[in-house]
Write a protein that binds this ligand. Structure first.
Ligand code: HEC
Length: 106
């Protein structure tokens, strides 16, 4: 009696696990298609894309690229200042941009 209950419980949880796995898989593929369809093909933007997207609303991009020889940390500081001015940039894009700017405009 007890044993068959345990068995039912066991089968029940295996089923639940399986359903959970499928749901996870489906929602994962749904979100990745959604992100891929949204902006460009790749999920991660390159530095020049971030620059064009987030840094050209208030001043020209040449205003940014006129700065030379800054470190990643110095660029991060500037980006934070621009964020407080109203620039819209994600944490992930911020890192990409700071690295790109430091490596490109020496
Ligand atoms: C919400 C508006 C806005 C956005 C978006 C913006 N900036 Fe600015 N930025 C300013 C303002 C205002 C100034 C200073 C005024 C000026 O001279 O144009 C400035 C100036 C600058 C300067 C010159 C600073 C100096 O010391 O000469 C740099 C470099 C710069 N921005 C980088 C960026 C970067 C990188 C981005 C993208 C992350 C960005 N900005 C996005 C508003 C903005």
């Amino acid at each position: 009696m007890l044993k068959s209950r345990m068995e039912k419980f066991y089968h029940g949880s295996v089923k639940l696990l399986f359903v959970g796995f499928i749901v996870g898989l489906v929602s994962f593929s749904l979100t990745s298609t959604a992100t891929a369809g949204g902006k460009g093909k790749a999920t991660a933007k390159t530095g020049d894309m971030v620059l064009a997207d987030s840094c050209s609303q208030c001043h020209s991009i040449s205003r940014v690229t006129a700065k030379k020889g800054l470190t990643v940390a110095a660029w991060n500081k500037i980006i934070v200042t621009m964020q407080s001015a109203g620039a819209n940039i994600s944490v992930q894009d911020k890192e990409v941009l700071a690295n790109y700017l430091a490596a490109t405009y020496k």
